[in-house]
Design a protein around this ligand. Structure first.
Ligand SMILES: NC(=O)c1ccc[n+]([C@@H]2O[C@H](COP(=O)([O-])OP(=O)(O)OC[C@H]3O[C@@H](n4cnc5c(N)ncnc54)[C@H](O)[C@@H]3O)[C@@H](O)[C@H]2O)c1
Length: 321
């Protein structure tokens, strides 16, 4: 069997921090290279500073470490991305094309591209949203993800490449802090509760969005990437789902642990982005094709977040990435 050498872009981020550790656990320290444009933070694996826009340096690293798989996480997220649409487009779309072209020309045998529920838009049915629906996103981030999925589909078929993709919902984890997305509130609210502070929510209380616990997101990623190639029927982003909730739902659930916890709702520009997304997802295609199933319920996720954050804050203010 060929020895796999995995490179992760954007490994210092909310998902990269956790996924890197899991990949190191599975494939071994020497077989995983973490990379990011930022300085090394929470990562305990081998690290190279890498800007995905620097194709020459990227190629050098692929050769130096004999890379065979790329998990391409580097991106600017939905809310942050709106601050400079052209810059975001360049990093998110041209960055992906750099990865696809380097992979095509340098014997990379498998690629992971994380897509997002941001692909959905005004014309998408909002409830139990199916796999193949109208996609007309309102954010530059969403445009990049839709186009990215199309390029992944194209490269898979045109060059017979093995490219796999998921549409992550909002990801909630205690291990890292989110990086500027519209679902960030669902992580921030836990930190405030555990610190006995009031939470100022940037969305309306009844804004329902699909979400997932970090452990399930990592599990889905590994399941997708390890599934036999013939099981991967879609060459673009698979819908995956766990649960959906509103800011008020999560506030009331957290209140069971912190009865004095207070929240105030002051929606900002992110409300419009959230309103353009869907409320719940039908992930039956992923369940059928590669047996995806989440483990965490909403209540179980809240209990686990609070338990872990209490332990982290006991040690003092966390230095999360
Ligand atoms: N976190 C979520 O809820 C969520 C939901 C849907 C999809 N996703 C997708 O999953 C992936 C990872 O998300 P995340 O939440 O960990 O993001 P994040 O913002 O926390 O991390 C992104 C990382 O990319 C790095 N980066 C930015 N520009 C770069 C460049 N030019 N070169 C190299 N690195 C660069 C940043 O330094 C950062 O560490 C992204 O593609 C994102 O779109 C995330």
């Amino acid at each position: 069997m060929q020895k796999e050498n995995i490179l992760i872009t954007g490994s210092n981020g909310q998902i990269g921090t956790v996924l890197s550790q899991k990949l190191i656990e599975i494939y071994g320290y020497d077989n995983v290279l973490t990379t990011d444009i930022g300085h090394i933070d929470n990562i305990h694996g081998r690290f190279e500073k890498l800007d995905i826009m620097d194709v020459g340096h990227f190629k050098e690293i692929i050769h130096k470490y004999r890379i065979t798989q790329i998990y391409h996480l580097a991106s600017l997220l939905s809310a942050k991305g709106e601050k400079d649409p052209m810059f975001t487009w360049n990093i998110n779309l041209n960055g992906l094309l750099n990865v696809l072209n380097l992979a095509k020309d340098n014997n990379i045998n498998k690629i992971f591209f994380p897509s997002s529920i941001a692909v959905f838009g005004e014309t998408t049915p909002k409830l139990n949203t199916a796999q193949d629906v109208p996609l007309l996103p309102d954010t530059v981030y969403g445009i990049g993800k839709v186009t990215g999925e199309l390029w992944c589909n194209y490269y898979s078929k045109r060059y017979d490449m093995d490219i796999r993709s998921l549409r992550y919902p909002g990801i909630i984890g205690y291990q890292s802090l989110p990086g500027g997305g519209t679902t960030d509130y669902a992580v921030d609210i836990f930190h405030k509760a555990v610190k006995h502070e009031k939470y100022n929510c940037f969305l309306e209380k009844d804004t329902m969005m699909p979400m997932m616990y970090m452990d399930d997101a990592i599990h889905a990623t590994i399941m997708l990437m390890e599934a036999p190639k013939e099981k991967i029927k879609l060459k673009y982003g698979y819908n995956i789902a766990a649960f959906s909730f509103t800011p008020e739902d999560i506030y009331l659930e957290i209140k069971k642990y912190y009865p004095d916890f207070e929240i105030e709702y002051n929606p900002d520009f992110r409300q419009k982005i959230a309103d353009s997304w869907v409320k719940s997802i039908d992930d039956s295609k992923a369940r059928e094709d590669w047996a995806w199933k989440p483990e965490y319920t909403f209540e179980h996720m809240v209990e686990s977040m609070i338990r872990h954050l209490r332990a982290i804050y006991k040690e003092g203010e966390p230095t999360l990435s």
